[in-house]
Design a protein around this ligand. Structure first.
Ligand SMILES: Nc1ncnc2c1ncn2[C@@H]1O[C@H](COP(=O)(O)OP(=O)(O)OP(=O)(O)O)[C@@H](O)[C@H]1O
Ligand SMILES: N[C@@H](CCO)C(=O)O
Length: 322
């Protein structure tokens, strides 16, 4: 008995919605941009064994107990015991780590979501999506220092998700512009989410909170009323995070200038960085933007760039073996 789950990369904040907007991404090339987790029955030995493979496996903590999969297993097994009055089976979990850590593309969220959904699938889905989402937020919060769902929700559910966190609704999908290409570039350096949060102000001025609220409400309105130019004009963050985080990302101002002079619809920081995104509805321009970012923004061989569309599907069971 075994199951493999794939969880896609995601871009949190989307500039205009700090901690409350996020989207799942998939490269139009068909390449994998996300983690896979295989859960296999283990007949003997410890309750859990963890193995890691894939291009970024060597960047994970060497001690398996420090891998977030370890916490996912124990947390899930406890919930399972409380719900089913049964001990969770012994398993081997293999993580294929395809996303760089501290990239701004929801790397830890990807592992958390793939691991928890893999465990849920292994025992035939005893938990529903809302219960799963709450567990995913909890585990992701252990890593980044605060519970925010803007990576786990799009990664799990797909599409563009708005965090609501009221009336038993954690997150819901909002419409997005299907012809938009999201060019994402990871420069090859890492930024810890916890550190990128610690440099933000504890309090904001009244006019900044008003601007934040107006931009986010306007973006959601323009998305529903299908006004791409208005939505793109509001897709910005002049007040909450970008002014403080820009200095952490070498070459970010040049990316912004290039995006503006090339006629892109919008650009900004993906999550807490250092990945950046540029949006355009024209495929040829997206390919040109990718080439420019590869030449001018990527700093080393760990970096990469993809032309993406929003991934509608989110996390899925893909088979029985990696
Ligand atoms: N399976 C895992 N995937 C990613 N990070 C992990 C995993 N297990 C443990 N970690 C640790 O969690 C921390 C993740 O840090 P952080 O939240 O900054 O990165 P991230 O989630 O990859 O960032 P981002 O959301 O910006 O891509 C690192 O210290 C890393 O070593
Ligand atoms: N909303 C979070 C996302 C981090 O991945 C932040 O910007 O800190």
């Amino acid at each position: 008995m075994s199951v493999v789950v794939y969880a896609p990369a995601s871009t949190a904040n989307i500039s205009v919605g700090f901690d409350c907007l996020g989207a799942a991404l998939s490269p139009i090339s068909g390449e994998l941009l996300g983690d896979r987790v295989m859960v296999e029955a283990a007949a003997e030995g410890a309750a859990l064994r963890i193995e890691t493979v894939g291009p970024y496996a060597h960047k994970l903590p060497a001690d398996p107990k420090k891998n977030i999969l370890y916490d996912c297993y124990h947390y899930f097994a406890k919930q399972y015991f409380e719900q089913q009055a049964k001990v969770f089976p012994k398993v081997l979990m293999t993580l294929e780590k395809n996303l760089p850590i501290g990239s701004g593309m929801g790397s830890s969220a990807c592992s958390v979501v793939a691991a928890l959904e893999g465990l849920n699938a292994f025992v035939d889905f005893p938990f529903d999506k809302q219960q799963m989402l709450l567990m995913m937020g909890e585990l992701e919060g252990q890593i980044s220092g605060s519970v925010h769902y803007d990576n786990v929700a799009p990664c799990y559910l797909g599409g563009m998700q708005l965090m609501l966190q009221e009336a038993n609704v954690t997150s819901q999908a909002i419409p997005h512009f299907e012809d938009w290409y999201w060019v994402v570039a990871y420069p090859g350096i890492n930024i810890s989410t916890a550190e990128a949060r610690s440099i933000l102000p504890a309090q904001y001025r009244r006019q900044d909170t008003l601007e934040f609220g107006r931009n986010l409400a306007g973006f959601v309105h323009a998305s529903y009323s299908k006004q791409p130019e208005l939505a793109a004009a509001l897709l910005k963050d002049n007040v909450i995070a970008e002014p403080y985080r820009a200095k952490l990302i070498p070459g970010f101002e040049q990316v912004r200038s290039y995006a503006a002079q090339s006629g892109a619809l919008a650009s900004g920081i993906s999550g807490s960085g250092p990945t950046v995104y540029i949006v355009t509805p024209v495929l040829e321009q997206a390919e040109r933007t990718k080439a420019w970012l590869e030449q001018h923004f990527i700093q080393n061989e760990d970096g990469f760039c993809h032309v993406c569309k929003i991934d509608e599907q989110g996390t899925r069971v893909t088979g029985k073996s990696l």
